[in-house]
Design a protein around this ligand. Sequence first.
Ligand code: ADE
Length: 250
Amino acid sequence: QHRLGLVFAMVEEQQGLTQYLQDTQTQTVGNREYITGTLWGVPCVCVLSGIGKVAAASTVTSLIQQFGVSHIVLSGVAGAADHGLSVGDIVIADQLIQHDMNVSPMLPKFEIPRTGKSRFDSCTDLSAQLRSAAEHFLANEFAEKISNESQQQFALNRVNIVNGLIGSGDQFINDMKVLAGLKLELPDLLAVEMEGAAIAQVCDDYQIPFAIMRTISDEANDSAPLDFKLFIDEVAAQYSIGILRQFCAQ
Ligand code: ADE
């Protein structure tokens, strides 16, 4: 049976989405509200996990165990960890790593105990579907509406979509030196956030396909707190909703 689990860390990343959910039923599990319904024709369960790896892991475990989802998608924002990326660009995770996991010298740095891996692969098909949805979103409603409204503020006229490594850790990164330290060990790191790799680890345990899509809200430097706040207040949800609409239509 086919049922999509949709995860958002913060309400600002999905504000307005629930109005498109039909035939809804709300249940509270583990202090979170899970809304079951149909989103643009797709059966789904929508939930706000809250910020951080534990919050994400616990939420995704409930999605799998209590709500029987067949696949999981997270949409949200991230800090850029690559010079080629700027605010408004879209990163789709091919791989995820917990950049704050370190059991050395017993295990190689970043390796997750019991799994034998440090990097977890996302589902190729779901990620390709998200990419194509993002391309359609950028070519259609984004060009008409969002870029016009937000262009001066965010210069969102030429948005890139890239695939690659996303790093998750229980810290908001707003320091060039901290980011540079991470890049030294993980040169291919594209973006930093706080949930993706936790979802990846739980989905690996349960063998559930998943995909993680992030829009760059800041550059993980000293202006990150301000940039982040502006972006999540003004545009983050428009990306999530617009791209998921295309995703569900496929
Ligand atoms: N999510 C968005 N921006 C971030 C940052 N700079 N660090 C961690 N998570 C983020």
